[in-house]
Design a protein around this ligand. Structure first.
Ligand code: SF4
Length: 315
């Protein structure tokens, strides 16, 4: 049986299990020891999912932390606010300690491009020693170079692909970015990492979704997450022409043929509502309901600053 690392926590009569590859938190009626645990991914993926709007705990189930704004690519659909100042190494380590102390089940280290960070493994260690599982979201350009060394520190890697071939992907990400990402995925799979392909659903690329699933199967990755585009950051300008409704996205994903054991999930804008992000300057950012704007912003000084407060979960 193939196993993988997850994070579990008791909540009332149930146990929550977080999957670092998909970013999903599942509800288990079976008791599972709290903390970082090794489980069968097929078992976890069969459990019901808890999205932020259905979670009534004091702290987020998981967070996305973007400790870096810098990126080697310049995508027109980027969600990042490039004007945010980046905290230095000592402040990054402090933020990792504080996020870990909040008891979140999963932390996705995003960017900018996190593989540009020399202290990425150290940050992951600080987060995981408190029981979180840690994933990294990357454009894959530097993944081939870093996969082997990071495999023992990172629980899963999520690689952004906008299409199944350079002809589609490079239009958005720049020349050479598709082949670098695929080389990186192969290196990560070889290094034993769990790899998830992440594809932003857009009007102009939706017709390639099935081929992305076939590519995932061919590469032997865990699965594909289709992300509904959020009208945030530089993506705001593209929003009206490229955004699909959540219903159209559900229908598209429902019709995909998914070869076993590949898995496919869709993150709608509704599902992304209430999700918590810690930005590169150490400020907390929380999606509105649905995720079409920002509902709060405050500095992360102590773990309690991450608490879900207010009836709408605003920061
Ligand atoms: S979308 Fe990702 S790869 Fe593209 S510029 Fe933004 S952070 Fe970099």
């Amino acid at each position: 049986m193939k196993t993988a690392r997850f994070s579990a926590a008791e909540r009332g009569q149930s146990t929550l299990v977080h999957d670092p590859a998909t970013g999903l938190t599942h509800l288990s009626e079976e008791s599972i020891p709290a903390g970082r645990v090794v489980l069968d991914p097929r078992l976890v993926s069969s459990l019901p999912v808890v999205v932020p709007r259905d979670h009534h705990g004091d702290f987020p189930l998981s967070v996305c932390w973007s400790p870096i704004i810098r990126c080697n690519l310049h995508c027109p659909h980027c969600l990042d606010d490039k004007t945010v100042p980046e905290a230095g190494p000592s402040e990054r380590a402090r933020i990792a300690e504080v996020i870990g102390a909040a008891g979140v089940l999963g932390v996705d280290i995003s960017g900018g491009e996190p593989l540009l960070l020399g202290d990425l493994a150290d940050l992951s260690r600080l987060l995981s020693r408190r029981g979180s599982v840690v994933s990294v979201t990357t454009n894959g350009w530097h993944l081939r170079r870093r996969a082997a060394a990071l495999a023992e520190h990172i629980d899963a890697v999520r690689v952004s692909l906008d299409g199944p071939a350079a002809l589609v992907h490079d239009v958005w990400r720049g020349e050479g970015s598709f082949s670098r990402a695929v080389e990186g995925i192969r290196a990560a799979v070889t290094a034993g990492m769990r790899v998830q392909i992440q594809t932003v659903l857009m009007g102009s690329t939706r017709r390639f979704a099935q081929e992305v699933v076939h590519l995932a199967a061919e590469l032997g990755v865990n699965g594909v997450t289709f992300l509904q585009m959020l009208p945030i950051g530089e993506g705001t300008r593209l929003g009206p022409s490229e955004m699909l409704t959540d219903e159209a996205a559900r229908e598209l994903v429902r019709e995909l043929a998914v070869p076993s054991p590949t898995t496919v999930r869709l993150r709608t804008r509704g599902d992304a509502g209430g999700f918590t992000v810690v930005r590169a300057d150490g400020r907390i950012w929380r999606n509105g309901y649905p995720a079409e704007g920002i509902s709060g912003l405050r500095p992360l000084r102590i773990a309690d600053d991450l608490a879900l407060t207010g009836p709408d979960g605003s920061a």
